[in-house]
Design a protein around this ligand. Structure first.
Ligand code: PMP
Length: 390
């Protein structure tokens, strides 16, 4: 034990030396555009509540009253396969399937659960997984748990994916292709049309994670798959409730046969306590409300384009084409010092460092929301310029 303690201490010290040491921020309040850290209000540029639904206080108050009237509990007291399967699960899954126009949907406790559960359930040791190199940690963890072989294709490099598919053809029982739609740390977009074309040509199963696309893209907020017109072609579309939908949990839409199989085999679905009814009812409500928020979606994407253009005009490396606007600093130290400078100026934007992003690509990740206006963020390009120079 003593040896373990000493090793852990050394590793923590090393993280500190590399500017990779993490601490939990002390959030004292969250209110609309602002977040209060240690009592100081800051413009919140680090939230995934992209449509601002999490701050609709009147909506929440009305919903909480309903919870009391209808007796929605804060616990389900059991897993879904035992006694936790509240009727709201059925309603929510039916609403999702209807919205996407797909045979069925499943609700999970989180996007993390979805991503570490779906693939390992479907993919056996004779199968191969091909995954975009910048896919989220939860997708990577799912690949680690799955018994199949796995390879990563270069980020959004579909020629590379095609090469890997060619090389693998006939050698595996089933090939799985995994991609995010809107990449969480780069804000850039997968070419879903190309992915669908490849998956069809090679008879692969395509899983797309819309965690950052749902609520932001598509007329009804179904994500980039809706914008690209490929909702029926993606075998499994994963989305989370914890971001645009301002709730907790996650979902996936799919054909009935997969739902039936996952219900019987997906460990993070089977062996966990179900979500509380109060959360399920709120997800049902926000899912419906967001489906008609296309004006907010447009405003958000226009705001992001304006900020991205202004930062690029100042000479910054700002990849992507969505509401996630990353400003690459390269060094961890620069990202940390810029974040501190922005915080002094009244903005909360957190530095993102390896291992969340590849080495030497530390960044400030600005995540915009439809409730922000240009006046709220117009000072940012100037602040970045001053910070990079110093
Ligand atoms: N997928 C992606 C792409 C994500 O960014 C996240 C959360 N950051 C998740 C899945 C996990 O979702 P959840 O927070 O619901 O566990």
């Amino acid at each position: 034990m003593q040896e373990l303690r000493e090793r852990i201490k050394r590793e923590l010290e090393e993280l500190g030396r590399q500017d990779r040491y993490r601490t939990l921020p002390h959030v004292t309040a969250r209110r609309g555009k602002y977040i209060e850290l240690e009592g100081k209000p800051l413009v919140n540029l680090s939230s995934n509540d992209y449509l601002g639904l999490g701050d609709e206080r009147a909506l929440l108050a009305g919903y909480l009253e309903q919870c009391i009237e209808r007796g929605y509990a804060m616990t389900s007291s059991s897993s879904r396969l035992l006694t936790g399967n509240h009727p709201l699960y059925g309603e929510l899954e039916e609403a999702l399937a209807a919205l996407y126009g797909r045979e069925s949907a499943m609700v999970f406790n989180s996007g993390y659960h979805a991503n570490i559960g779906i693939l390992p359930a479907l993919c056996g040791r004779h199968d191969l997984v091909l995954s975009d190199r910048l896919n989220h940690a939860s997708i990577i963890d799912g690949m680690k748990i799955a018994e199949g072989s796995s390879q990563r294709f270069r980020h959004r490099d579909y020629d590379h994916l095609e090469e890997l598919l060619d090389a693998a053809a006939g050698r595996y029982r089933q090939i799985f292709i995994l991609s995010e739609s809107v990449f969480s740390m780069d804000g850039d977009l997968a070419d879903l049309l190309r992915l669908v074309e490849l998956k069809k040509r090679y008879d692969a199963l395509l899983i797309v994670d819309e965690a950052h696309g749902a609520g932001v893209f598509g007329e009804r907020g179904l994500g980039l798959c809706e914008t690209a017109g490929v909702v029926p072609d993606i075998d499994i579309i994963v989305g989370t409730f914890g971001k645009s939908f301002a709730s907790t949990g996650a979902y996936a839409v799919m054909d009935n046969i997969f739902r039936e199989y996952l219900t019987n085999t997906m460990r993070p679905f089977i062996f966990t306590t179900a979500l509380p009814p109060a959360v399920l009812g709120w997800s049902l409500l926000t899912l419906e409300i967001q489906s008609s928020m296309s004006r907010e979606r447009q405003q958000l994407l226009q705001l992001a384009a304006k900020l991205r253009d202004a930062l690029i005009a100042e000479g910054f490396d700002v990849p992507g084409e969505s509401h996630i606007v990353p400003v690459i600093t390269g060094s961890n130290e620069k990202a940390v010092s810029l974040a501190a400078r922005l915080r002094d100026a009244g903005f909360l934007c957190l530095p993102v460092r390896p291992p969340t992003v590849p080495p030497n690509s530390a960044r400030i990740r600005l995540s915009l929301r439809s409730i922000l206006e240009w006046e709220d963020i117009s000072a940012l390009p100037g602040l970045f310029t001053g910070g990079m120079a110093s």
